[in-house]
Design a protein around this ligand. Sequence first.
Ligand code: UDP
Ligand code: MG
Length: 394
Amino acid sequence: MDTRTGEGCRFAFNVRWLDPNTHLIWHYQLFYYTHDQSIEMFDIKNQRIFLKRVSHPEIHLEHLYLGASISLYSRQLIIESYGDEFSRKHLQGFQETTFALIKPDGIKNMGRIIDLIFSNGFLIKELRMCKLSVEDARNFYKIHSGKPFYEALTQFMASGLCVAMDLVAENAVRRWRTLLGPTNSQDARDRDPNSIRALFGTDSTQNACHGSDSLESAKQESDFFFRDRNFGSCARLENCTLCIIKPHLVFDGVAGQVIDLVLKKFDVTAMEMVTFSQPNAAEFYEIYKGVLPDFHAMVHELASGPFIAMEISNKDGQGNPVSSFREFCGPPDSQACRIVRPNTLRAKYGINKIKNGVHCTDLPEDGVLECKFIFKHSFNPFVDAMEYTNHNLR
Ligand code: UDP
Ligand code: MG
């Protein structure tokens, strides 16, 4: 089949959808036309068009990578594989994944580092803050065991929080290593002053970030951090409030700027990229059901793509941060917020009442509950839709 269509290309993917009502798993072919950003879907079982070709300017080709979850007419679709050879050949290199780690000395600058990741064209596919034990650090860096710096390196890696990420881009492995710069931060400042290690690293051991050196190590290192969801879990679940950087800001690549602003006033004590199914989002917002007229639109936005959740604590770790963090975010409607509280997060980053940049916990007694909801659960949107339905049927 000719895959060229006018000026653009047609890319094909195999996607699945779990119908939360019937428990049936549906398999579709999804076609994406770059020319007009339109999508068409074909029902494989019944051999017929399921969705006529229609433009979806909110969905970009780079959002369609293997394992991605996209929301289309309230259906959560998971991309399982490429649908044809043309798509595989053209997208595989473009969609290379590498593993990145912000080391303990880089954490205070993690907002700026994440901003550089986005502004250099990477997408973040997975992200989780964690705390390594010395034993974890020894395992992660076992290829360096016996070297003179091994002891100091592993002690340093276990001395504070880290942020693990899977980054997607064309030639991601090489490009991330280039953006990091030389291993020794002092050399980096001489030879590549705009590199991440030059800007945020300290010396030859404390160099702000790690990057995989090959596709094989990227896979291994990503599995090390992400296979066991509870690995290095760091949420405190006390004296905390929840902040969610909503999907529209993650799509727009400005999450790093938001994190940087938050860090100026508060501590971030846990962080994770999460994708909600519609039922997850409805459960999370349950207290607003029947109270806020925009409930369904809010659920739809929260389930529209990956978001970044943060557990926020006061800098001294004491006291309840819920109300001070709400002040920092501003009133819920971003348009009104720009008039009455122009220096708040929602005034700066929100668009309207629904796409208002961030969610923050409302009630002082709910900070811990909302953090538990996020950091104590596993949200595979595919599995969860099924669990949710089972739960509701019991
Ligand atoms: N390292 C060190 N002293 C050295 C070389 C490396 O402490 O002389 C640390 C540094 O944190 C580095 C890590 O060990 O990032 C892994 O070393 P590698 O040679 O793999 O450098 P990288 O791949 O991180 O650039
Ligand atoms: Mg290395």
